[in-house]
Design a protein around this ligand. Structure first.
Ligand SMILES: Cc1cc2nc3c(=O)[nH]c(=O)nc-3n(C[C@H](O)[C@H](O)[C@H](O)COP(=O)(O)O)c2cc1C
Length: 432
């Protein structure tokens, strides 16, 4: 074999390493080593780009070290949990068992709540190799805005169980960590005026009359909301055994923004059904469009039929969600139903998903299946309960950091290039 055949890196024929090869490899190995911190970038550059063989590495050579990208750092206590799961135990230690169970609970036998997490394990990543992943772009476009990452905070009532000033605290955390806050309208006008408001999508479980829908829409516009997120999956409270067994103290939920029922005098009881907005139909979308020009996001879609109807009724985004498994038990995990909804929507509007997202790899899988973005629920609530505003920030920033890691190690440079070829169902030995 002659020397010139080595100029092609794609040449896989067996060959004998030359001294020059060995030196080059040694130079690039030591360039990455902390032992060679004294070597300047120029020296490394000279070593790594030996001039005799132009084209040996045709890509632009790596100049110096790639910087470490660190999320913001907080106190040791906040930095101690190494993943999102660990915030749960820390919050649990600080709040009452009744509050813990209220938030942790799913409906009935909690099959759907568990299915949300397990569904992520049904997909495996087909990571690609040998791509240049020095630059990793996690930014997305959503409702006409460029966002730094695809993580949103899902709507949640009852947060006074976790914090004395919960909604302001969550809003501030969302702003600081670049997450869209999907939440109630209470106090948002004040936060907006104080410059504390993040991009905010107002969440609602619906309104029983057109007049109330119009009042809500106006308060969202006045409060600086960028969208109205209508959760369509909550006509009634689900059967929450843990909450009933604890003889839940209703005074722990001071805000009564949504329910059309009177608050139950004796807390929850088995078999009791508490109405939220049981008369809500697609007509609600007409009421909202008549009252406001804000985009309407429909949350709680799990079938192709309802995905079509959402878009036909003017939804500008759809969220695949089963309310974190808190309403109807027996619904499949959201990662199982996501493809059906993505296919039905067929790119007309963005599809988002939530339920059981706990890892950067989960976000990667959801985006590969066709979601534009994801929402988290309990993880940021545990962050709030454990450490307040900085806890919520840390949860978002940790998940964002893990997403970068997952992208890089999957050979992907951008969330916008992901598609279904990147993942595979665990038990289906065939291509998509
Ligand atoms: C305590 C609690 C309160 C919630 N309140 C609401 C709500 O008022 N409206 C809504 O659409 N979803 C609500 N959700 C559902 C979340 O927005 C989200 O869909 C769900 O928590 C995502 O699943 P995860 O907790 O596994 O991340 C609530 C969830 C929890 C845990």
């Amino acid at each position: 074999m002659d020397e010139t055949s080595r100029t092609n890196i794609t040449d896989h024929s067996p060959r004998r390493a030359t001294r020059r090869d060995a030196l080059r490899r040694f130079a690039s190995f030591t360039g990455a080593s902390p032992l060679t911190r004294g070597v300047t970038d120029d020296q490394q550059e000279a070593q790594a780009t030996a001039p005799e063989e132009p084209g040996y590495l045709s890509q632009e050579p790596l100049r110096g070290r790639v910087p470490i990208i660190r999320p913001p750092e907080y106190s040791d206590e906040i930095m101690a949990p190494v993943n999102l799961h660990e915030f749960e135990g820390l919050a649990k230690a600080k709040i009452s068992p009744m509050a813990y169970d209220y938030i942790a609970a799913g409906a009935a036998d909690e099959l759907t709540m568990r299915a949300n997490s397990e569904a992520f394990d049904n997909y495996w990543i087909r990571r690609r190799a040998m791509t240049d992943v020095r630059q990793i772009d996690t930014s997305i476009e959503l409702l006409g805005e460029r966002r730094e990452h695809p993580i949103l905070l899902g709507p949640a009532g009852a947060m006074h169980m976790l914090h004395e000033d919960p909604y302001r605290t969550i809003a501030r955390a969302a702003k600081n960590s670049g997450a869209i806050y999907v939440g109630g309208a209470a106090n948002m006008a004040e936060f907006t005026q104080a410059g504390e408001a993040p991009t905010w999508w107002a969440s609602t479980l619906g309104s029983p009359t057109q007049e109330e829908a119009a009042t809500l829409a106006k308060s969202v516009e006045d409060g600086g909301g960028s969208a109205i997120c209508v959760s369509v999956d909550y006509p009634y409270t689900g059967a929450r055994d843990r909450v009933i067994r604890n003889e839940f103290d209703m005074s722990m939920i001071p805000e009564r923004n949504y329910s059309t029922s009177e608050p139950p005098a004796n807390g929850f009881q088995s078999g009791m059904i508490q109405a939220y907005v049981p008369n809500m139909t697609w007509r609600y979308m007409d009421w909202m469009h008549a009252a406001s020009n804000l985009p309407i996001v429909v949350k709680g879609i799990i079938t192709a039929e309802d995905a079509h109807l959402s878009v036909e009724n003017g939804a500008q985004a759809v969220v695949v969600s089963n309310h974190g498994g808190r309403t109807l038990d027996g619904i499949r995990g959201t990662m199982e139903v996501l493809p059906e909804v993505v296919d039905a929507v067929a790119g007309r509007v963005p599809v988002l998903v939530d339920g059981g997202v706990r890892r950067g790899g989960d976000v990667l899988k959801a985006l590969a299946l066709g979601a534009r973005a994801i929402l988290i629920g309990r993880p940021y609530m545990w962050g709030l309960g454990a450490f307040g505003q900085e806890g919520v920030q840390r949860v978002i920033e940790l998940l964002h950091g893990e997403l970068r890691m997952a992208l890089g190690n999957a050979g992907q440079t951008s969330v916008s290039n992901l598609d279904r070829t990147l993942i595979r169902r665990a038990w289906l030995p065939r291509e998509w």
